[in-house]
Ligand binder design. Structure first.
Ligand SMILES: Nc1ncnc2c1ncn2[C@@H]1O[C@H](COP(=O)(O)OP(=O)(O)OP(=O)(O)O)[C@@H](O)[C@H]1O
Ligand SMILES: Nc1ccn([C@@H]2O[C@H](COP(=O)(O)O)[C@@H](O)[C@H]2O)c(=O)n1
Length: 222
């Protein structure tokens, strides 16, 4: 079982997944992308024709949710019912409904339990877990807790560079709207007590990865 949990939260496009994965690779840690589980459940609901606005119907999908995720930084995959849906969960139709699925209390409780189990099973010396409520709900006792932020402009510029497109009004609105919906459920814009804020607005990717590693190495018990 992993001794060291590193919890990383932050808004959409702040770099949580990419920075956490690279830092985990360099530290020899496992890495858990928790947003992938919410996305996979949203994908599953769409696939099964479940109305994502019907909280009772969505909650009913949690108990039998057959989910698997790769937690090795070099072997990332997402499967539901044995089917590889790694690229599918990033489709705009999934992104558009994931917040509705994520606000259902039974979904949050079921996935939180799943995340804790997945982390506890890992043999690596540490696990970086990233999402929205990791520092506050999933792993509030984590040895290292970080809020990774960047201005909306920086996040939008990075997301559009990733897509090879210029930032459009609609993309900017979608990013802001998803954050606004998610913020009704959990506060990932303000660092909770004891959480270190890492603002990457003026940092490039390499500097951000290094800053996260430095925070991990500087933890009090290290
Ligand atoms: N400090 C940085 N400087 C420049 N680009 C960065 C930096 N950090 C991350 N990126 C890039 O920004 C993009 C968004 O990062 P990433 O997908 O990791 O964000 P995220 O917080 O996980 O987003 P989401 O919550 O929407 O999944 C990626 O292309 C990533 O490589
Ligand atoms: N701990 C988390 C992680 C994610 N969510 C919800 O999932 C959506 C997708 O997350 P990404 O990190 O892949 O963008 C996100 O918009 C939230 O609705 C969550 O609630 N808690």
């Amino acid at each position: 079982m992993s001794d060291l949990i590193v919890a990383v939260d932050g808004p959409a496009g702040s770099g949580k997944s990419s920075v956490s994965r690279e830092a985990a690779r360099r530290l020899g840690f496992a890495y858990l992308d928790t947003g992938a589980a919410y996305r996979a459940l949203a994908w599953h609901c769409l696939d099964e024709g479940v109305d994502v606005e019907d909280a009772v119907a969505v909650a009913a999908r949690v108990p039998g949710f057959d989910y698997a995720i790769g937690m090795s930084p070099d072997r990332y995959f997402v499967r539901v019912g044995g089917e590889d849906i790694t690229p599918d969960i990033r489709e705009p139709r999934v992104t558009a409904v994931v917040s509705a699925v994520a606000r259902v209390p039974e979904v949050r409780a079921g996935l939180t339990e799943l995340f804790r189990r997945l982390v506890a099973e890992r043999p690596e010396p540490g696990v970086i877990v990233e999402g929205r409520d990791i520092t506050t709900v999933v792993a509030p006792d984590a040895a290292v807790r970080v809020l990774l932020t960047a201005t909306p402009e920086a996040r939008m510029a990075r997301r559009s560079a990733e897509l090879g497109a210029k930032p459009t009004e609609s993309m900017t609105q979608q990013l802001a709207s998803r954050d606004a919906q998610d913020l009704k459920v959990v506060d990932f814009m303000n660092a909770a007590e004891g959480v270190t804020t890492l603002d990457s607005t003026e940092l490039d990717f390499e500097q951000t990865v290094q800053a996260l590693i430095d925070i991990v190495r500087a933890r009090p018990s290290a």
